[in-house]
Design a protein around this ligand. Structure first.
Ligand code: NAP
Length: 241
């Protein structure tokens, strides 16, 4: 659909990749709702992007809080009556150590945001996405969520971040399941891998800039009707599950 007529919601849009995805979508003319759990941080991002001439609006949204998610869905419904693009971007990484040092609470906390949060927001927004001419759901995944890379690829010898990596593998399963359920609709659901990008999540260690990291999620958010669904993509192409 014409980006200038589209309405998008990006979760965790107050900084990092989420804010840059919002900026790049906004630059294409999309009206972008900036989901953020903290009012001040959300409003600051809104002011910054509005200052660049973009159509954006802060929406209170804590993905782990069912009431907050429901209220955000009600607000989008009231204001627009539909949603064209959902980018499930909000995520956390807590366990920068081997699996044996991970405790169940940190595992649960990670899943609460990266898995249950994505599922909760997707379910709440689905009725609105079904009213779009061409709904797009982009789930922010990671190469670290690829079991193929862990067993026989670039992470064969790495063994940290069990909670984070497995949460992204579960998120990929959510992508596949919703894509299958929605395959006879105009909604497309894909996982996006930004690549290792300098943000607060990794103390700005990643070699990619947010401008570069946002490219694949933005491309998937603006996919044409002939684009794929149920896939896992990076700038380099298809990422193995
Ligand atoms: P970031 O700079 O730490 O940003 C994370 C964002 O998520 C922040 O806006 C944060 O809000 C928000 N968030 C966390 N918990 C939330 C919640 N419960 N409700 C709403 N928002 C919440 O990290 P990032 O690197 O931009 O990561 C964005 C996404 O890309 C994540 O899903 C991450 O897993 C994925 N990713 C990143 C990389 C990378 O190299 N950076 C690589 C692969 C995938 P606050 O400011 O309030 O904390």
């Amino acid at each position: 659909m014409n980006p200038a007529e589209a309405v998008a919601l990006v979760t965790g849009a107050n900084k990092g990749l989420g804010k840059e995805i919002a900026r790049q979508l906004g630059a294409q003319g999309v009206f972008v709702l900036l989901g953020a759990r903290d009012r001040e941080r959300g409003q600051r991002a809104e002011a910054e992007l509005k200052g660049q001439g973009l159509k954006v609006q802060y929406v209170p949204l804590d993905v782990v809080d069912p009431q907050s998610v429901e209220q955000a869905a009600q607000q989008v419904d009231k204001q627009f009556g539909r949603l064209d693009i959902l980018v499930n971007n909000a995520g956390i990484a807590l366990d920068w150590f081997p699996p044996s040092e991970l405790d169940t609470e940190a595992l649960k906390k990670t899943y609460e945001t990266n898995v249950f949060g994505v599922f909760r927001v997707t379910k709440a927004m689905l009725p609105l996405l079904k009213r779009s001419k061409a709904g797009r759901i982009v789930n922010m995944s990671s190469a670290l969520g690829s079991l193929a890379f862990h067993t026989d690829g670039m992470f064969k010898d790495a063994n940290r971040l069990l909670a984070y990596c497995s949460s992204k593998a579960a998120l990929n399963a959510i992508t596949v399941a919703f894509a299958k359920e929605l395959r006879n609709t105009s909604i497309k659901v894909n996982s996006a891998n930004p690549g290792y990008t300098a943000t607060d999540m990794n103390q700005n260690q990643g070699p990619k800039t947010v401008e570069q990291g946002a490219r694949t999620p933005v491309r998937l958010a603006l996919l044409g009707d002939d684009g794929p669904t149920g896939g896992n993509f990076s700038d380099e192409g298809v990422v193995p599950w």
